[in-house]
Design a protein around this ligand. Sequence first.
Ligand code: ADP
Ligand code: F6P
Length: 324
Amino acid sequence: METKKEFNAIGVLTSGGDAPGMNAAIRAVVREALANKVRVKGIMRGYKGLLNEEIFDMQSVDVANIIQRGGTILGTARCLEFKEEEVQAKAADICRKQGIDGIVVIGGDGSYRGAQALARHGINTIGLPGTIDLDIACTEYTIGFDTAVNTAMDAIDKVKDTSSSHERCSIIEVMGRHAGYIALWCGIANGAEDILIPEKYDYSEQRIVDHIIENRRKGKKHHLIINAEGIGHSTSMAKRIEAATGIETRATILGYMQRGGAPTCKDRYYASIMGAYATDILLQGKTNRVVCYRDGRFVDLDIEEALQMTKGFPEYEYNISKNL
Ligand code: ADP
Ligand code: F6P
C-alpha cells in the first residue's frame, strides 16, 4: 500500500465502554502499521491516558495472543475534561511531542467527538465503532455487539430452563441504556413473550399482566420478558407482576457479564478488518473519518456526517417479534 504522508508513528486508544473484539482491532492496527513500516504507540486508558502521557511503543509481539481475549489490553476510561478546548489542545501538543502523527480511536459516539477535536488541532484521526450497544447510526455493525448478544442469549436460555421447570415468569434485564438492540435481538433469538425496549415502551404493565394471564390460560408454562436496561426496574417490576398475576416472577439482571468474554468469530473478523482499514486510510492521509459497515461493505465517512445520522428503528422486526 502506498503511504501519502510521511508517518513517524500512529497511536491507538480505546475509549468509552469496553467491548469484546477491541483487542482484535488493536492487534490489526499494530500489525498493519508495522507491515507498512510505521511505528505504533499504544495509549493507555483512553483520552485520560493520553493526557497523562501513558504512552508506550508497541511491537508485533505486544499484540500476540490477544485476538481471543475480551476487554481491551489498552484499558479504557471516561475523561470528561476532554470536552474542554484547552485540554484538547494540550492533548494534540502531547501527540506532537510524542511523535504521533495520527490516532485510531476505538469507541462510541462520545469517543468520536474527542477524535474530531484532535483532528481540529492537527492530529489525523480515524474512529472505529466499539460498543456492545449497536447504537452508532452510521454503521450496521459495531465491535462487540455479536459477542454480547451471544453471551446474553446463552444466559437467557439457562434462566428459561429453570423458569419453565418452576412454571414461573422471568424478567431478564439486558444492557442498553439508551438503545434496545440487545433486547430486541435476544428477545427474538430466545423466543421471549414480551420485549421491552426504550424506543417503544409505553409503561403499561397492565398489558404485560394481561398477556401473562392469557398465555397461562392457553397452557404456557413460562413467560419470558426481556427488559432493556434503559427501562430498568426489573426487580420491582417482578414484584408488581407477581402481585397482579399470582404467578411467581423472578428478575435477573445480566449486567456486565455481557461486556466481557472471548469475542465471537464475527467480532474477531470484523474488528480485524476494520482495524486494518482504519490504519490504511490513516496512512493515506485521511483524517476525521470513521470506519463503518454499510450495505455489506466496509466504508469510511466524515465524523460530523456520521454523528448527524440517526438510526432507523427496526420496526418490522419489532412488530413481527410479537407474533413469534
Ligand atoms: P462512547 O465513546 O462509548 O460513546 P462516552 O460517551 O463515555 O463513550 O465517551 C467516551 C469519552 O470520549 C469521554 O469520556 C470523553 O473523554 C470523550 N468525549 C465524549 N464526548 C466528548 C465531546 N463532546 N468532546 C470531546 N470528547 C468527548
Ligand atoms: O457499553 C455500553 C454500556 O454497556 C451500556 O449499555 C450501559 O448503559 C453502559 O455501557 C454502562 O457502562 P458503565 O457502567 O461502564 O458506564
